[in-house]
Design a protein around this ligand. Structure first.
Ligand code: ADE
Length: 227
C-alpha cells in the first residue's frame, strides 16, 4: 500500500478532502487515514516536525501495511539555482546533524548505519514527471540533508554544500529514509523550497502555504497516475 506523509496540516487537508471511504487509524502519537485517492488505496498522515516524529510516523505506517512511502513538505534551498517555490526530488538523504567523528566516523554517519539512504528510482521518476507538470517552478533532483535544526545562515548553507553536497535542508527526510531502509521499503522525499536557508528573504507563509499545498496535491496525484 502506498503511504503519503505530509509535513503540515495544510498539505494533508487538501489530500484528506479527496480521500474516499476514509478510515481513521489511531496509533501512539499519530493518526493514519486510510482510503482511496483516484481509486488507489493509500495511507495518509501528518508527520510532525523533526526526525523523531518522522521515524515514529514511518514505523506506524509500516506496521499499518505501507509498502512505499512518499514524503511531501517544505525545505530550505541549498543548491544555488533554487528559488522559493521550486521543487526538490530526493536522490538520497543524509543526517547532517550526526557527529560521531570523535570515534572515527564520517560526519553524518550513525555507527553501524549507512552514511546516506538512496531514494527509489521508480518513485523518483514518477515524482520528477509529476512535478514537471507544475507550471512555473524548477525541479531539481538532489540530496536531501536532514537535521533537527532550522538552517538560517550563509555559513550553514555553505557547510551543507561543501560537506554533504546537499540540494536542500529540512528536518525529517533522512529519518523516513533510515526507517524505510531497515524495512526494505522504497521511499522518495519531495520538497517545495520555502526559503534559501541563509536567513535572508522572509517567507510569507500565508501566501506560500496554499501554493505548497496545491503543488503537493498535484504532485501526489500525478504520481498516483504513473505508479
Ligand atoms: N524547512 C523549511 N526551511 C528550512 C530550513 N531553512 N532549515 C530546515 N528545515 C526547513
Amino acid at each position: 500500500m502506498l503511504a503519503i506523509i505530509g509535513a503540515m496540516d495544510e498539505e494533508i487537508e487538501l489530500l484528506l478532502g479527496d480521500l474516499q471511504g476514509r478510515q481513521d487509524l489511531s496509533y501512539p502519537g499519530a493518526t493514519l487515514y486510510r482510503g482511496q485517492l483516484d481509486g488507489v488505496t493509500v495511507l495518509l498522515t501528518r508527520g510532525g516536525i523533526g526526525k523523531v516524529n518522522a521515524a515514529l510516523t514511518t514505523a506506524h505506517l509500516l506496521a499499518a501495511g505501507a509498502t512505499r512511502i512518499i514524503f511531501t513538505g517544505v525545505a530550505g534551498g541549498v543548491h544555488p539555482d533554487l528559488r522559493v517555490g521550486d521543487i526538490v526530488i530526493s536522490t538520497d538523504c543524509v543526517q547532517h546533524d550526526v557527529d560521531v567523528t570523535a570515534l572515527g566516523y564520517e560526519l553524518g554517519t550513525v555507527p553501524g548505519e549507512s552514511p546516506a539512504w538512496a531514494a527509489d528510482e521508480t518513485l523518483r521518476a514518477a515524482a520528477v514527471a509529476a512535478a514537471g507538470e507544475v507550471s512555473g517552478v524548477r525541479v531539481i533532483e538532489g540530496r536531501v540533508a536532514s537535521g533537527d535544526q532550522f538552517i538560517a545562515s550563509p555559513e550553514g548553507v555553505r557547510r551543507l554544500q561543501t560537506t554533504f553536497n546537499a540540494a536542500c535542508a529540512e528536518m525529517e527526510g533522512a529519518a523516513v529514509a533510515q526507517v524505510c531502509a531497515k524495512a526494505g521499503v522504497p521511499f522518495v522525499i519531495i520538497r517545495s523550497v520555502s526559503d534559501t536557508a541563509d536567513g535572508s528573504a522572509g517567507v510569507d507563509y500565508r501566501e506560500f502555504m496554499p501554493q505548497v499545498a496545491r503543488h503537493a496535491k498535484a504532485v501526489v496525484r500525478g504520481m498516483l497516475a504513473r505508479l
